[in-house]
Every structure is written in C-alpha cells, then in structure tokens.
Write a protein that binds this ligand. Structure first.
Ligand code: N01
Length: 863
C-alpha cells in the first residue's frame, strides 16, 4: 500500500484547501515526486462546493467548461447532466476525482491552518493547525479559494435573533425545510438570486431585503447543447487550448464592434440573442466596449431594465429591482432561474433598503427605519471577504518577522497574483492580481497550479531552495493591473471586486482585468526570461533577476498585440506607394477626434513655390485665435494635410487655436531640404495671412509629430536665422532631431514598439543623403547655436527608438537657455500620443501639448 502523508510532520509542500485548486496541486506534487499534504477545514474535498449547499446553488459557467482538463480519461468518463450543474453534482465530481486518484490519502480533513511562519535559517515554513500540530515544509501553497471566507455579519443585533439563522456560505448538510415559515433573505447577490426562487416556493412568506439590485439573466438550464458538446468531443485538446488563451477561460468569439457602432435594431437583436443564449460571459461579451464605455454600457443596462419591467408585474417592485447605481458587469452579474418571476408570487415581498434601511436585528426579526418584521428564519446571503480574506485569515509571517496582514494593510501586493516579496515559497492559487474571479476558475486554477509546480521543479533542478518576487516586479505588477482596471468601468462600482463590501477593507481592484490568455502568456514569459522579477536563493547564494514584466501602458500593449496579430509586413518592404496606402488605411480606422468649429482646405506656396495643400481647423469659439502651423508625422515620406486629423482636432479644441496642418513636400519625390524649406515657407505664409485666416497676427506657434516635429524644430531655427516669422513656441512630439541614429534607444527600442529602426532608416534614406544629415536643417540637434529659440514643449516616449534624440534635444535647448518643458512618457510608444480617443493612458501628453500651445499664446498676449 502507498504511504500516506497525512500524519507527516515534514513534507516538501503543504497545500491548504481541498477544493479544485488543492486537489490538482496535490496531483502535480505527486507527479513531480514531491511529498505533499493537503490541510482542509472541511470534512471532505470540494472547497466552495462543499460549503455552499444552499437551495439552487449551481455554477454559472457551462459545466463542460467548468471541469478539469488535466485528466483526459476523466473528460471521457464524466458526463454532466445539465448545462449548469447543481452543487450536489459538482461535489460528486470532486469526490469522483478524489476517489479516482486516491487523493484523500494525502489529505487531512477537519484541520484548519491557523499560522504559518518562514524560517530564514532552515528556508522552511512551519505551518500550525488548530489541532496544535506543526508541519514543516519547503513550499506552502494557499489553495484557499477566492470566495471562501464568509463576510462577518455587519448588521446590528445579529446575535439577538432567537429564530433559525442560516448563511448561504455554510449551509446545513441535511438541508433546511422552510415549509410554513416566515423567512427573510438578506442580500441580492448570486447566492441570494439562486436561492430566493426555491425558498419562496417552500416558505409561507419570504421577505427579501435588498440593498443593491443586481443584473441577472435567465440560466435556461437543461441538457447541454449537442452543438457545444460536439465542439468539445470533436477535439477536447483544441477546445481546452482555445479556452486557455481566451479572455475569460471559455472559448468565445471576440466581438469586434462597440455597442454604439451598430444601428439600434442590430444592437437590440444582439442583446436578445445574448439573453436567449444565457451565458454569463455573453452579457458583457456582446460588444467589445461594454466594460469600458459608459454610454455603451447604458444601452445594455436599459435592455436588462426593460426585461425586468416586462417580467415583474408590480411596477414599483420592478423599478426597485432595476440596478441604476452601477454599470452591468462592474459587480458580478448573475444567472437565475425564475428570479424576477418570483416577485410576482403573493407570498414574496421586496424591501428596498435604500429607501428603508435596516436598523437592527431583533429577537423576533428585524427593524428597518420604518417597519418591524417578524420571522421564523433569517438567511444571510451577505457574501464574502473576497480574494484576500482566506489568505490573511491565516497568521502568516515571512522574512524578518513581517506579517502578511501588515504588508497588505493598504491592499494586496503580489507579483502575477502568485507570490509576494518577503514570503519565499508562499504561493497563492488564483490570488489577488490574477484573473481569478473574472475567469472560468477551472482554467485559472490549472494554469496557476502548473506554473507553481513547474517553479518548484525548476528550483529543485537548479539547486535553489526558495523563490520570491522582487519588490520592483510586484510594485509594477500591481500598478499595471490597476492601470488596466482604470481603463474599465470596474472600479466605479461598490463591489467585492474592490473590497467595498467589507467595512474597513482597503479599496483596490483585486483581480487582474487583462484577461486569461494575456495573463497566461505573461506568466510564461516571466519564466522564459529566466524568472524575470524573481529572486532565487540557495546554498550557492542569491540570484536576482529584477525587472518589469509589463512596462508598457496596458492600452498601448493591447494595441501592439493587436497589430502583431495582424502579421503585417514591415512598412519599409511595402514600397513607397504601398506604405502610403497602408498609412491612409490605418489612419481611417482610428477614432475621428472631436468636432471643431470649422474645417477649411486651402493651398499655400511651398519653399520652391509649389502649392502645398493645407487643412485649417478653427475652434467653435469666437475668434480671432492664435495660430499653430502643424507638420504631420510620416518620416517625410508618408502622410498629408489630413493624416494627423484627430490630433489636429484635439489640439484645436483644447488649445483654442487655429491649427493649420501643412502637407509639406514628401520624399523620395522631393528630398532634403524640401520638407525643411516648406516648413519655413508655410509658417511665413501663415504669419503673413494671419488676419485673413481668422488668426491673431504675431501669434504663431509651430508643432509637429515625429518627422513633422523635425520640420517644426527646423522651422523654429530657420525663422530665427531668417529674422522671421516670429514663432511664439514649438511643440515637438517624439521629434527626429539627429540623423546619427546610434543612441541607446535606437538599439533598445529598435523593434516591437510600432516605429522600428528598419522603417526609420528607410525614411532617412528616402529623405536625405547620409552626407547631408549633419546639416541642422536635417538634424536640428546638430545646430551650432540653439540660443534664442522660442519656448518648447518636447515630448518623448519610453518605448520609442527616437526617445534619446528627443531627450537630447530637450536638454540641449535647456542648456542654451531656451525655456523647455520636457515631458517623458513612461510606458508609451512613438505612435501612442496621437491616438486620440483610442489610447486613454496617453491623454495627459496630449493635454500637455494643448496646454503648451495655450501658454505660448498667453505669454505673447502679456508682452
Ligand atoms: O455575495 P455578494 P454572494 N445589509 O457579495 C448584501 C460567487 N458565486 O454570496 O451589494 C444589507 O455578491 C449585498 O448588498 P450590496 C460569485 O462570484 C457564484 O451572493 O453590498 N445587505 C449583496 O446584495 C458571486 O459574485 C455562484 O449593497 C447586505 C449581498 O448581500 C460571489 O460568489 C453562486 C449587507 C451579497 O452579495 C458572491 O456572491 C454564488 C448588509 N449589511 C456565488 N451586507 C455561481 O457560480 C451584504 N449585503 C452561480
């Protein structure tokens, strides 16, 4: 007989929790030859499905998806009876797996872990249980679940009630008979919404106390569709592989359109289809901007409100059930069976606590501000101390006596939701900072377990004893995750995702919102890059591979990923006409930018007299206005007077200036110094015609992006040398300033961030002979004298090959006594700032441009 670890006092790994995470972790430990024991407070396996036995409890992810993938045999052996399996069936599944793999042999039940302490001398954890036993181990795995620590009731007088008290989270195993009873349910989250219809069917009276209504769609439970099963059975591996790289751990088509991009009838039709399909992920997955755009979300909110109103007979009750204080999906939406219909029953009453709050629980019931209620039973469906409760519920002490509670005082800090610095070899399965509760938990659990097991094997193979993240890595991960959340509406709701439901809990967005697939690739990449962001310790010393796994702003990262997925050939291989056509197409796909007062197209004479097209953007405010001569980006080769249209509109509206976007001559047809000469000629013509254009004479700034910023900088220099026109200021966005292209950023950011050095070199070759590149009209940084130039705003981006030459120009201008504002944009790329309304995280840089243009004209106004 195989030996059991249940009474061992020293093992390789202690796993806390015998739910789906702990069970699979044990399997992986065994397969890798580690000794492991699972400690579990319950009397058997099942985790959340062991405890949550309330009537109606069932999963809200399709059963076919909510099942293990690591045992191919099991996938064939087990058949779910329903689309959404009920708790007893899911528990049977957990028990079936435990039996099949003889898991209980290494599980100690009825055992709660009370503390865990790291010993730096031995590089081991000591885990203490409520039985007073100590177990030492090298690895300590918290498989404690995200929703396993019930929220302590925060209602006054809860202990006073003399009737029956139930918590949905710890339901009696023999069930409860509510027949003939007056029952109260407090809460209207998922647990309440599932249990209310069944309690109502049994009880004499049911009173539901609702503080916040929730969004729920009908589950339409029944047999699993043949179509779905066929897709799965045809190729389970492919099905699972797709799930692993999907947004939420379930294979689904990614919507390409935003809700406002389609006609009203089409939108309604898609919402109806979602309602009929009855899948939770479809609710916010019908359009691609539901969780990011309030106006789009509003269309869905209204759709669900209408469904509620059409179902609930009493209009006042219907209105009370319509959520209005949060957007759909910002609190976990629910799947129900006859939830809204239940309010049409004569024995059911809804009390709206927003109008009539609970004051206290009494011996016989509870009192709201306006009424006294008597009950035989109260059901608390009041939720959980989610994601962190079960982890900090154990008294965990890491290096140097630091406790996890202290470390997480202001919110959890983890690297990838897997580990936290100062607590070596402490692993969290689906911890805060990982997709966890925003995903199909089965997929997320398996990914974490695999990552953790592989890390342990790596340590063993490499002769290390411990692993922990670096502080930089985890700080930046938390920042990245928060930045992602800030791109969404999620932080706007008072949800348990934000910790708001537990009084005194720090309010931070707990899960990682970037999606399951992206997250998995990130975790894999950390490993591929030699455990980037981790420190490994052992007898041979400490190896620190410090670094930031995701340094790009999240929306910039998503944009780059999308472009990479398109698999486009490099721009420089498309030929001049091909590249121009491509840029025009790419520009047309961008959001248009704000409305301006007026747009007028015209022509002005270029440096050699050639007529140049321009587009003038006039603010809607009363003129005259200051004028900006704007030079578009495109490497002197691509673009036109309209190619930076969204940015020009933005600058026009936000700086209250006329923007004249000039289509200077392009290479290779017109090589250096054509663009430079056109820059000056255009500025001169605009200055001379300021009156006619509706501008204020003498108030002309120059601005440009990339090669256009090169033209703007050169124009400012040439205007100084020529004695005019007067330039009030220059806004240089990611400027080309130096044709030598041998700075660190040229190498570090040569590829992968939009503008590549391949393209940049091609642009230079099209525009300018190498011998001419030292000319300040090509490389303004190389000018002998930078004094007396107009004030400048120089914006440079961290992940731009041109970063260092832009930085150098800002420094050189400053050293020459020019008033310079230098905005360095971390996490941004060369193409990020002009992406008006597409990239949110670069908004501050656009605002800086508009503010600078305003300030240039203000300064001028004073003098
Ligand atoms: O808990 P909840 P849950 N006075 O926190 C109310 C998963 N789950 O157990 O919103 C009055 O959602 C509270 O009101 P408010 C799923 O991820 C999955 O229902 O804070 N009311 C809320 O209405 C889910 O999201 C499944 O204003 C009070 C309710 O109690 C998560 O678990 C099934 C109150 C708590 O709702 C948690 O769901 C069940 C007070 N003092 C759960 N305190 C499936 O797989 C709290 N409330 C289908």
């Amino acid at each position: 007989m195989t030996e059991s670890n249940t009474s061992a006092t020293d093992v390789d790994a202690v796993i806390v929790g015998a739910g789906f995470a702990g069970m699979y972790e044990l399997v992986r430990m065994r397969r890798a030859g580690f000794s492991a024991v699972v400690l579990e407070a319950a009397h058997d396996v099942g985790g959340t499905w062991y405890w949550n036995r309330y009537p109606g409890a069932r999963c809200d992810i399709l059963s076919v998806d909510y099942s293990y993938s690591w045992d191919p045999e099991l996938q064939q052996e087990w058949t779910w009876s329903e689309r959404y399996a009920a708790q007893p069936e899911i528990l049977r599944y957990a028990q079936f797996v435990a039996d099949k793999h003889d898991l209980r042999r290494d599980m100690r039940f009825d055992t709660r872990v009370v503390s865990a302490a790291w010993n730096d001398d031995t590089s081991r954890w000591t885990i203490r249980t409520d039985n007073g036993d100590d177990i030492t181990c090298q690895h300590y795995v918290m498989a404690t679940g995200c929703l396993s620590m019930p929220k302590v009731p925060d209602l006054e007088g809860t202990d006073r009630f003399l009737g029956e008290v139930y918590f949905t989270s710890t339901w009696p195993h023999d069930g409860v008979d509510f027949t003939g009873k007056r029952v109260a349910v407090i809460g209207t989250g998922s647990s309440a919404i599932q249990s209310i219809p069944l309690i109502a069917a049994e009880a004499a009276q049911l009173t539901v106390f609702q503080r916040t209504p929730n969004f729920s769609i009908p589950a339409r439970n029944g047999p699993i569709s043949d179509e779905r099963m066929a897709a799965f059975r045809a190729d389970p591996d492919a099905y699972r592989a797709e799930a692993r790289l999907s947004a939420a751990g379930v294979p689904r088509d990614t919507p390409m359109e935003g809700a406002l991009m389609v006609a009203d009838e089409e939108r309604l039709a898609r919402y109806e289809a979602m309602w009929e399909a009855s899948e939770l992920l479809g609710v916010t997955g019908t359009f691609n901007d539901t969780l990011a755009n309030a106006e789009s979300n509003e269309t869905l909110r209204n759709f669900i409100h209408d469904k509620i109103r059409a179902t609930v007979n009493d209009p006042e009750v219907a209105e009370a059930l319509c959520p209005t204080n949060h957007y759909v999906g910002t609190k976990r939406a629910c799947l129900d069976t006859n939830y809204y219909e239940t309010y049409n029953r004569p024995n059911v009453r809804l009390v709206d606590l927003r109008k009539d709050p609970i004051e206290t629980v009494t011996e016989t019931g509870l009192n709201t501000a306006g009424e006294s209620f008597e009950f035989d039973a109260i059901v608390f469906a009041t939720g959980f101390d989610a994601m962190t409760g079960a982890i900090v519920g154990v008294d965990i002490t890491g290096r140097n006596g630091l406790t996890l509670k202290e470390k997480w005082e202001h919110g959890p800090v983890t690297y990838l939701g897997l580990m936290t610095a100062g607590f070596p070899n402490l692993y969290m399965i689906t911890g805060p900072g990982s997709p966890s509760v925003l995903s199909n938990m089965m997929v997320s659990i398996e990914q974490h377990v695999d990552w953790i097991a592989d890390a342990m094997i790596h340590l063993r193979d490499q002769g290390h004893e411990s692993i922990e993240p670096t502080e930089l890595a985890e700080t930046k991960w938390v920042e990245h995750s928060n930045d992602f959340a800030d791109l969404t509406l999620m932080p706007t709701a008072n949800s348990w995702y934000m910790g708001v439901n537990v009084p005194g809990k720090p309010q931070v967005f707990l899960p990682y919102p970037g999606g399951v697939g992206r997250y998995r690739l990130t975790c894999d990449e950390a490993v591929e890059r030699g455990y980037l962001g981790f420190a490994l310790d052992g007898p041979n010393g400490r190896t620190v591979n410090d670094g930031i796994i995701r340094p790009l702003a999240p929306d910039v990262q998503v944009m780059l990923e999308t472009m990479a997925e398109m698999g486009l050939p490099p721009l420089e291989t498309m030929g001049v006409e091909g590249a121009r056509a491509f840029m025009e197409m790419a520009g047309a796909a961008m959001p248009p930018g704000p409305e301006v007062g007026e747009i007028a197209d015209g022509k002005l004479p270029g440096g050699d007299g050639t007529p140049l097209e321009y587009r003038l953007y006039r603010p809607a405010t009363a003129g005259p206005h200051p004028i900006v001569a704007y030079y578009h980006g495109g490497g002197w080769v691509l673009g036109s007077a309209t190619s930076d249209d969204p940015l020009c509109r933005y600058l026009c509206v936000n700086s209250n200036s006329i923007i004249v976007s000039v289509n200077y001559r392009h290479a290779p047809e017109a090589r250096f110094p054509a663009a430079a000469d056109d820059g000056l000629a255009a500025a001169t013509w605009i200055a001379d015609h300021a009156d006619n254009l509706g501008g204020i004479p003498g108030r002309l700034a120059v601005a440009g992006w990339s090669a256009g910023a090169n033209v703007a900088a050169v124009t400012a220099q040439q205007a100084k040398l020529a004695g005019g026109p007067a330039i009030s200021g220059q806004v240089l966005l990611c400027p080309v300033t130096d044709g030598t292209t041998d700075r660190a950023s040229h190498a570090d950011n040569a590829d992968g961030y939009g503008l590549t050095m391949g393209v940049m070199n091609w642009f230079w070759d099209q525009y300018c002979d190498p011998t001419d590149r030292a000319d300040p009209k090509a490389s303004p940084l190389l000018a002998d004298d930078l004094t007396d130039l107009p004030p400048a705003l120089v914006i440079t981006c961290e992940f731009d090959p041109l970063r260092d030459e832009g930085d150098a120009y800002a420094d050189a201008l400053g050293e020459a006594g020019v008033s310079v504002e230098h905005v360095q944009c971390p996490g941004q790329t060369h193409t990020a700032i002009p992406a008006v309304d597409a990239l949110v995280t670069s908004e501050y840089a656009r605002k800086a441009m508009a503010d600078a243009l305003r300030s240039f004209s203000d300064v001028h106004a004073d003098t």
